[in-house]
Write a protein that binds this ligand. Sequence first.
Ligand code: ADE
Length: 264
Amino acid sequence: MTRIAIVAAMAQELNGLKEHLINPICTRYAGRDFWSGQINGKEVVLVLAKIGKVAAATTTTLLIQHFKATQIVFTGVAGGIGAKVKVGDLVIASELLQHDMNAYPLFPVYEIPLYGRSHFPTHANLSFALQNACEQVMQAIQKSPPKNTNNISDASILALQQGLLELGLPQPQVLSGLIVSGDQFIASQQASADLQKNIPFALAVEMEGAAVAQVCHDFNIPLAVLRVISDKADDQAHLDFNRFIEKVACFYSQAVVFNLLSRL
Ligand code: ADE
């Protein structure tokens, strides 16, 4: 049986999805609430990742071992790295790396000891479906506001249009590339510039994705990761972050996840 796990980084994102779960069952396990049921006719399990690499790795292991997830989709926010990545953009991970892993000189910088690799790729087909879902949501945002907002997709598109307008973010883009993770909220121009210098291909920085990717690699479970850029990982980051989640990020997750589930 297919069971798609949707792992959210923010409670607001999870709540939006939970409301639309058919036959919801909540199982509390290891301090986490796992919500099982159906969305768009698909068997799903929804959970909060919790914050940081270890917490996210535990959540992922439980999803696979205990809740028998067969695919994992992660949705959350991230700081944008580099000039071309703007607040409001969607970044789909092609691969992930832990930017705070450093066992040098025993192993090369960023390499996970005994894995012989630093980069963990996501699943090509699942990521392609996620990218198509994101692009369709973006197209809907550029059109005139939906009139009938009785269904969840149109309601979240309308909320997104309003949120993006309010925050002055008219033309978001969908990007795909390297996302880096570490146990730090990056919130200074200096820290962000250092990351960009050391890992030039990084598009976004967050605190869980690469840990989830490592666990999925261990168990051979397909993974796709979507991050909405909430801030530029600079001195303003903590201010932009909260406002963005409330006004934009949770509606993105809803719209994209519903669209994706109709494709799988
Ligand atoms: N998640 C969202 N913004 C972030 C940042 N600036 N650093 C780490 N994780 C983040």
